[in-house]
Design a protein. Sequence first.
Length: 77
Amino acid sequence: MSDLHKTPIALQLKPGDYYWCACGHSANQPFCDGSHKVKAPEKSPLKFTVEAEKEVWLCRCKATKNAPFCDGTHKSL
């Protein structure tokens, strides 16, 4: 995993359902593209819902204890 993908990403999300990649193999980070089905079948994406348009910081290191949101864990990796 590159250093870029160890840091969170700030995104402005519109209301709706999203699927956060939990396996780290998606080419569409931080969102799932289905790669887990072949590369990490024991992992499943995490569905989360945004109720109102807002900025969120999504985890890309996959070590957060507050998935899909960054909790700062990447700083100690």
